[in-house]
Design a binder for this molecule. Sequence first.
Ligand SMILES: [Zn+2]
Length: 330
Amino acid sequence: MAKKRASSSKGSETIRSCANIRSKKHPDVRCTYPAAHGEFCARHHKNPTRFQEKSSLEHVKSQTQILAIQAIQRWWRLYVGFLRFSKQGPATNTPTVSENQTDIYTLESIHAIPLIYRWSYPDSKRHIWLFDVRSLSMTRAQDSRELLLNPYTREPILEKHESHFQHRCTWLRARKYCIVHSQDVELSTEQLWHQQILDVTMKYDMLGYHTCIHWFEELNTRQLMAFYIELWELWFYRLHLNSEIKHQVIPNWNSRTTPLFKWSPGELLYRVERRWWQKVLLDILDRFVSSAVLKEHRVLGALYGMTGFAVVSQTVREQYHWLVEIQETM
Ligand SMILES: [Zn+2]
């Protein structure tokens, strides 16, 4: 029980809370489960009753004011429809125009995809496709190819559409929408962990380094240790980075409270839990690509992360052989 509470409090940091009322009996309290299905939890997403804070609008009484509010609401509905079209693509409001009528991952009708998760694009033949962002991002993170392919036609998705899709993912994650599929009310520790890895791989994707979730997950403890040591050596010695560039890539890298490397390699030889190592490394890899103010410095951070990754992972070396060629000349 204590363990369960711990995992749900961890969840609240990375996933938003359900927007529903707790129950018909308790309409004045908000549901506390994580919103694993967009705005709502698994219990409430099929038949939601949105929780509303008591607002000042309730005091508005006059007929003119009510009519004005209704006009504004009508305008908003139109405007939101237009916004969805431009941010989520042509079939978002009208799924019937899509070539595919079921989702690639859940195999359910695309009409069942929550609005917030819909993303669609036209291919080279002007056929329109509609996806659940969660399905496409999961398939993407499991695919080692550099190009994003349409899963139905195997045709590469143009870069402008891919970056449109990545922006949608980033937009959703910035608002703590969960982008892994979940059937349960509580997200399991494993699902939350997947969400965390996905968050980091998406950042590398945005900077031009596609990584596959398995590449990281398949590293054993020994490789993870070597990865840490490699990054530590690259950062301190091998790349001959001056302090100016270090601060541009990770401004607070040597802060007293949250240093980039909390331990020197010698202090870590006795840590043997794989998950502990994975968390330490995921945190470092994340800081490489999310600390800098300028994109060019985040791109450099991604290059450092990938360089260390290539040293310990055969799969990464095969995908990014030019990284190894740089290494050999250092
Ligand atoms: Zn709920």
